[in-house]
Structures are given as structure tokens and as C-alpha cells.
Ligand binder design. Sequence first.
Ligand code: FAD
Ligand code: DLZ
Length: 517
Amino acid sequence: MSDAPGAPALILVLGDQLTPNRAALAGARPGVDSVLMAEVREEAHYVQHNKHKIALIFAAMRHFRDELRAQGFEVHYIAYEQNVASLEAAVLATLCHCEGERLRVCEPGEYRLLDALRAWQLPVPLEIVPDDHFLCSREAFGDWAQGRKQLRMEHFYRRMREQHGLLMEKNGKPAGGRWNFDTENRRGWRAQQPVPARAENPPDALTREVLTLVEREFPDNPGDLREFRLATDRAGAERALDWFLEHAMAHFGSYQDALAEESPWLFHSLISMYINVGLLDPLDVCREVERAWRNGHCELAAAEGFIRQILGWREYIRGVYWLHMPHYAERNSLQAHKPLPDWFWSADTDLRCLARALDQSLRLGYAHHIQRLMVIGNFCLLTGLDVREVCEWYLAVYVDAFEWVELPNTLGMALHADDGLMASKPYAASGKYIQRQGDHCKQCRYDVRRVTGEGACPYNSLYWRFVEKHRERWQHNPRMALAARNWQRKPATERAAILRWADVEHTRLTTSAHSHN
Ligand code: FAD
Ligand code: DLZ
């Protein structure tokens, strides 16, 4: 057997690596190297993935197979119906009948699979190629992080802007003289704008076949495939981006943090899943957005707010994941161990904002950032739901969920379980925040102005319970000290009444079939 670079390679392409000429496919030779793609039990079952996610991945894999074949590659494709247990089994079976004298694979996005891959028993040499679907390599992030006492996204983001020349003036200064327009991006929702209807995206024959397969094989997974409207190939993903730039981008910034009764997505882009599986390139997306601004299609604040999410947050999150795995997944610094109530899987709760966010998450595999962070995540944080169970729920439910992005966002940002590594303060909030950002409270049976007693918004008392529970810790956190002081300033009798009521609500809401008052 040879592992010389010239020897024919079998190239394994995973379901979230669907970009031609990238990573393991860079320099691949049609007619010499062959490709393997496999729909396998292990990947489809390691969590109870949303049906939309499995359908997206299988259909996009099948389209990519056809794209590679059209480029002249021999592609060995194992369909789910062939009942292959794991990627290792798929590789071993394929090596028996192909010319490949070495196995080449781009490093998987999840630690779980990278760790397993390194232990595979193969009859040929294994070459693991760095993942170049990202704008900052793991090494470059490690170098940036080294020696810093605290990691902060904003510092990383500025450097990325300079490095990639995005939204920069010729004199090296940021466009508009500021790096960050966040303060202009926080309007609450009072139905100020018509929300454009999303484009229909009728599935083609190949995708319809996959939808039937997923419905048959995964009947108990979350997700309602009657509402499937995801693109499953590159051209479709590009159309989705174009639609966003034309119809929603101009309002993205202003309503980025808004919560709306009438729409699950408002002006969000709905492209995370396409970037995450390799159908859209993150740098191309940022350049398109910059072009839209330079051509006068949106304000600088909107373009900056959007580019920050992709160039800043997305890359930063991935850097933190690889810097701290595998121990990161074990962290639980606030000792949150309460079992996840069953109603997280049915959305059967009468807290209006939470029911809406859970329902669309389960049904569509989508919630926007503020729903994930400040409605669902905030509830989990305030009630001390078990960190591992919550992270598994997020990994299962969202169509864009892969552990490298889900874990730091959930464990770090939403649950503050990494002791402030990801965020300098916990994203804990009372009902007042939810009311300010949206219009759910008007439809809710709970009164957001009240803290205690039947009918009071549970986020209110639970918030103060959370402040009290970790009071010692907050006294040393400059960004939480004010909340701790405000709590201490309340008369002792009022504090006692709030805590008594919070305990009642906590017990009621963390039991599996929670009673509706
Ligand atoms: P938009 O709001 O239109 O944002 C534009 C793009 O910016 C997104 O498509 C995404 O690529 C990127 N982005 C924005 N925020 C983040 C972020 N915090 N981290 C990484 N990328 C970001 N994103 C995932 O892709 N997968 C996940 O599993 C995931 N889990 C999350 C869990 C929690 C608790 C939280 C708070 C956030 C999570 N996010 C996750 C980040 C963010 O919520 C989603 O990327 C976003 O909601 C996707 O919708 P969109 O494409 O309409 O995004
Ligand atoms: C998420 C997923 C699913 C559901 N199925 C497959 C599959 O059958 N074959 C495959 O190659 N990839 C799949 N994926 C994506 C992988 O789980 C993903 O590559 C790893 O989690 C690493 O990010």
C-alpha cells in the first residue's frame, strides 16, 4: 500500500462538508481519486435530530453526489436504506472494492467524530485535512487566544475585519468610523413594518424522495415536514441569500433582537444551515452583504450587524469550541441539574413567549437568536435545568445544530455554565426584557407587570430567585453587581415573598406535565 500523494485516494465527504474544491476535495483528481458519501445510522441517531435537519442533510448530500459526478468523479454513495451502521463501516466496505490506497478526510466539525476517526482500524493510511470552510483556522485562533487573560469576541472581530478587509476604509479605519453599531440594532417589535412572506421553495423529485424516507424512518423525531421549505442544493441556497438581501436585509439590524407574534423569523436570514453544511461560503456571504450596503440597499448599521454575526460570532464560537474541547462539554459552573421537563418536547406550556419559541423550534427546526437565548435559554438558566440535557435538546431540535456551534452558544452563552468564558455576564432577564423586545406579553395569560401571586409572569420571580441563588458570585461580577444590589435593596419581607412565590413556580414549571394555572 502506498500513501504517496500521487496514489489514488478514497475521499470521505461528510454531510456538513458539501463544498467542491475545499478541504479534502482540494486538488482531488477526477478519474484517479474517488469519493465516498454515506448516510449512516450512527450519524442519524446520535441525537434525535429534527426531521428537517436529516432531510436537509440527506437531500443536500445526494445533490452534491450528482454535482461531483457531473465533474467526472466516481462517487460511492451509500443510501440510508442500505442500512450501514457507521462511517467507519462504510469506509471499510468501500475500500474492499475501490482503487483507493489511502483515505483522505477533512477534520469533522464535532469532537465526538474526530476522536472516533482517529481510532479507526483501517487497512490504508489515513490523512486528516484541516477544515478550510472557516475564515479563521484553529491554529490562528489558538495563536490569537494565547496569553490573553480574557477572550472577548469584539477584539477578535476587529482583527477579522482588518484581515479580510471587510467594511474597511482605504486608510485602515472601519467604515463609518465605528467598529460596532450594536446600539442601533435593538428595537423591540410593535408590528412597525410589514414582514415579507418567505419565498416558497417547492422540493424537487430528489428532495421529495428524501422527505418520504425521513417521514418513514424517523416518525418520532421532532419536525413537521409538511412545512419543509429549505433549499437542498447550492443554487437554492444562493437564491435564499439573494431573497434575504433583497427583501429583509434592510430591516435585519433594527429588528435583530425583536420577538414577534406574527412571524417565526421576522427579518432574519435563515441561512445558518446552508453555511454550516457547506452550501454557502461565509466570506462570500459577508462580501455580498458589504456590496449591498455599498450599492445603497441597506444602512451600514444593518450590514455591520450582520457581518459581525458571521465574521465575528460564528468564527469566535468555533475557536472557543476547539480551544476547550473535550472538557468544555463537562462544564456546569452554576451546578444546574434539574431534569428537562417533558413539555420541552411538546411545547405544551402557557407561557406565551416560551410556547411560541418551543413550538416553532420543534415544528420547523428554527428559532432566531433572541428566542434561543432570551426566551428558551433564559428559562433554562433561571430554572437551573440540567446543562447536559439542555445542550442535547438544542443539538437535536435545530436544523443548523452541530456541536461546534451549538455547545458554546448553549452551554456558554445561554447557560453561563463555563464560568463566564464565553460571556462576561449571564443572559438572565425578567419578563420586562421580553415585553420590551416584542408583543407576546399582550397575548399571554400571565401579567408581566406582576412578580408574585397567581397570574404573575413567572420569568419575574424566577429572575430574582436566580439573582439570590448565586448572590455571592454576582458580587464579584461587575456586570451583575447592580442587579445583586437592587435585589438587596428590596425590603426583607418583599424578598421573602418573592422567593416563596418563585419556589412555587419553580416546582410547578419544572415538573414534566406542568399544570396550567
Ligand atoms: P441571522 O440572525 O440572520 O444571523 C446571520 C448569521 O450569523 C447566521 O446565519 C449564523 O451563520 C451567524 N450567527 C449569528 N449568531 C451566531 C452565533 N451566536 N453563533 C454562530 N453563528 C451565528 N447557530 C447555529 O448555526 N447552530 C446552532 O446550533 C446554534 N445554536 C444556538 C444556541 C443558542 C442557545 C443560541 C443563543 C444561539 C445559537 N446559534 C446557533 C446562533 C444563532 O442563534 C443562529 O445562528 C441563528 O439564529 C440562525 O438563524 P439565521 O440564519 O436566521 O441567523
Ligand atoms: C447530521 C448528520 C446526519 C443526520 N447524518 C449524516 C450521515 O448520514 N452521514 C454523514 O456523513 N453526515 C451526517 N450528518 C453530519 C455529521 O453528523 C457531521 O459531519 C458531524 O456531526 C461532524 O460535524
